[in-house]
Design a protein around this ligand. Structure first.
Ligand SMILES: Cc1ncc(C[n+]2csc(CCOP(=O)(O)OP(=O)(O)O)c2C)c(N)n1
Ligand SMILES: CC(=O)[C@@H](O)[C@H](O)COP(=O)(O)O
Ligand SMILES: [Mg+2]
Length: 616
């Protein structure tokens, strides 16, 4: 039996000798490689915290002492030693282990949110609550990476912790010199000075009034324990500066200079080759390619990332124009307002952020960009359901949150060709901010329009004018399947894609007016989504056609594949069609005065007469 098989809780770790701990660390690394190569996940970060996690659980008594993991992607070892090794067969799979701490899984887990730079604020709150209740028998320990330390919230917390009353609060700074890429900036340089161990003036943390212990070898359990015990005994806020190696102990991640295996897809551990073949170009790769094409003809275009250069597709841009890509670290708020500054200075910034992380920079987008009508283009990758990264990573709120921003134009491409078109249109727009949002994964086959009216593409037209289906972004294949299912039941449908979803295209009112029912289908929260806005627009235009919105319900979505989670939200053709049939089953109210009309001919005539829009 392996040592690992005898570990069902942290107490077992305290029985082991130094040699046994070394053996256990090796077994855990082998376990991580075997399991995470099979499922995919954050292999590199977890290979780097094996010894640190063992030492933490030997020195501190979880869950009485609260261990908090910033971002939480590096908590697999914590899960293994707290009795969840068996769950790794279904890591990040529906019904299986979450890829982040999850209080529903274990009493040892406290913070599920995987948005970086929050742990010190949680720790400050917990430590104050202990003081408030007179609890002196426990500690708060926050593990935060050097990348997460580039996030502004971490410094807001440090300011309060350092200035607050003394209380047992241990900050373990896991310094592996990387986020995905090597961490940059003044603070990263300072950590380099601290790592050198050269004698010199007090470091930043001590100057703030915090105790500082380090640098400590993050792969030496004994050295770690000495430092952590000392930190525990200090009973005042202390930073333990731990130096680790991301991806340690597995050649495939150690050799990966791009990101040390930060978030790996299922792969063959012997070769590092992906287990699944690629399903064609991703939205991300199309964005990266098209941005370079735009940048070649627009010297004023500069790209900005918040520590996610490769995942957001900016690698081609950096390789082609290294001086025109700025990585601000995990600092989305700074990224957005810096973009406003760049725009004030005559640059057209393209800010590439995952949808879920733009939530953090809403005020900056609203007040620093939109209020000043700055021509900044936001590109939100991972919009809609992402799935396996759990509730905090779905990009399901961006169109609800951002549609309220005055002057912001929002586009949702349905395929790669539309993404290229819309990105170009967005960067050409100089009257104010623009935003293009798309999901994780392949673009799928192109879906051409059969006609276009004032910018709204007609994708499908069959039978009577029963249902107008407004398809938003990448759910177009679902919208087209809905039309097929309806037609099989004798119900006619017209599928349209507005491409630019905000502001609402007035043509939609003309189209809805001619149908018995309108529906919207979007990979976004149903509340406040595009459907809500179109419904409001139709009411304002006096259009009596009822509208039914299909989107993500107002709840946090547990992890699973994108398809599973979308299905769980009712966003499948069968379920949408079923709801439409129920809604429309009443007698057809004749809206055409008896003669069958040719919808597209009528729309062409109307557009030419009233709106002077282009028709094709
Ligand atoms: C607000 C926010 N922005 C971006 C991310 C994406 N992200 C996840 S982990 C990570 C790098 C974290 O680096 P670090 O804190 O040093 O942890 P390490 O992976 O090195 O252990 C990033 C950028 C995030 N989780 N939260
Ligand atoms: C933890 C984190 O926020 C990221 O690493 C995220 O897991 C990446 O997600 P993708 O795999 O969609 O790039
Ligand atoms: Mg790091």
């Amino acid at each position: 039996m392996s040592l690992l098989e005898t570990v069902h809780g942290p107490e077992r770790l305290r029985e082991l000798s130094a040699e046994e701990l070394d053996t256990l660390a090796a077994e855990i690394r082998a376990f991580l490689v075997e399991r995470v190569c099979a499922t995919g996940g954050h292999l590199g970060p977890n290979l780097g915290v094996v010894e640190l996690t063992l030492a933490l659980h030997r020195v501190f008594d979880s869950p009485r002492d609260r261990l908090l993991w910033d971002t939480g992607h590096q908590s697999y070892v914590h899960k293994i030693v707290t009795g969840r090794a068996a769950g790794f067969d279904k890591l990040r799979r529906r019904g299986g282990l979450s890829g982040y701490p999850n209080p529903a899984e274990s009493e040892h887990d406290f913070v599920e949110n995987s948005h970086a730079s929050t742990a010190l604020s949680y720790a400050d709150g917990l430590a104050r609550a202990d003081a408030h209740h007179g609890r002196t028998d426990r500690a708060v320990v926050a593990v935060i990476g050097d990348g997460a330390m580039t996030g502004g919230m971490a410094w807001e917390a440090l300011n309060n912790i350092a200035g607050g009353p003394d209380r047992p609060l241990v900050i373990v700074l896991n310094d592996n010199q990387r986020s995905y890429a090597p961490t940059q900036g003044g603070f990263a340089d300072h950590l380099g000075e601290l790592r050198s161990g050269q004698p010199g003036p007090p470091g930043l943390f001590e100057q703030l009034g915090l105790a500082y212990l380090g640098p400590v070898d993050g792969h030496d359990v004994t050295a770690l324990e000495v430092a952590l015990r000392r930190a525990r005994e200090l009973r005042r806020p202390v930073v333990v500066h731990v130096v680790t190696e991301k991806g340690r102990g597995f050649p495939v991640t150690e050799r990966n200079e791009l990101d040390r295996g930060h978030a790996v897809k299922p792969m063959d551990p012997a070769t590092g080759r992906p287990l699944k073949s690629s399903a064609g170009p991703s939205f991300t790769s199309v964005f990266g390619r098209e941005l370079v094409r735009i940048a070649e003809r627009r010297p004023d275009v500069v790209a900005i990332t918040a520590a996610m250069l490769e995942p957001t597709g900016l690698l081609p841009m950096q390789q082609r124009f290294p001086q025109r890509v700025v990585d601000v670290g995990i600092a989305e708020q700074h990224a957005v307002t810096m973009a406003a500054g760049l725009s004030l200075g005559g640059v057209h910034p393209v800010v590439a952020i995952y949808s879920t992380f733009v939530n953090r920079a809403f005020d900056q987008l609203l007040m620093d960009v939109a209020l000043h009508r700055r021509a900044v283009t936001f590109v939100l990758d991972r919009s809609g359901v992402t799935g396996d990264d759990g509730p905090s990573h779905n990009g399901m709120w961006d169109m609800s949150v951002l549609q309220v921003v005055p002057g912001l134009r929002i586009a949702a491409p349905r395929d790669g060709t539309r993404l290229a078109e819309l990105l170009a249109e967005a960067v050409e727009w100089e009257e104010g901010p623009t935003l293009v949002r798309f999901p994780k994964g392949p673009t799928g086959e192109d879906i051409p329009a059969r006609s276009t009216f004032a910018g709204t593409d007609v994708l499908h037209r069959a039978g009577p004018l029963d249902v107008l289906i407004v398809s938003v972004g990448a759910l177009a294949p679902v919208a087209l399947q809905v039309a097929e299912v309806l037609w099989a039941q004798g119900i006619g449908a017209t599928v349209v894609d507005p491409r630019w979803v905000t502001p609402v295209n007035p043509t939609l009112a003309d189209m809805a007016r001619r149908h018995r029912l309108a529906i919207t289908v979007e990979d976004n929260s149903r509340m406040g989504g595009v459907g809500s806005t179109i419904a409001q627009f139709l009411r304002d235009e006096g259009v009596r056609t009822p509208l039914r919105e299909f989107g993500i319900p107002r709840r946090f979505l547990q992890h699973g594949s994108r398809a599973e989670v979308l299905s769980g939200c009712g966003l499948t053709a069968q379920e949408i069609a079923r709801a439409v049939v129920e809604e429309i089953s009443g007698p057809a109210e004749d809206r055409t005065g008896g003669e069958a009309i040719d919808f597209e001919r009528e729309m062409a005539r109307l557009i030419d007469r009233e709106r002077g829009g282009e028709t094709r």
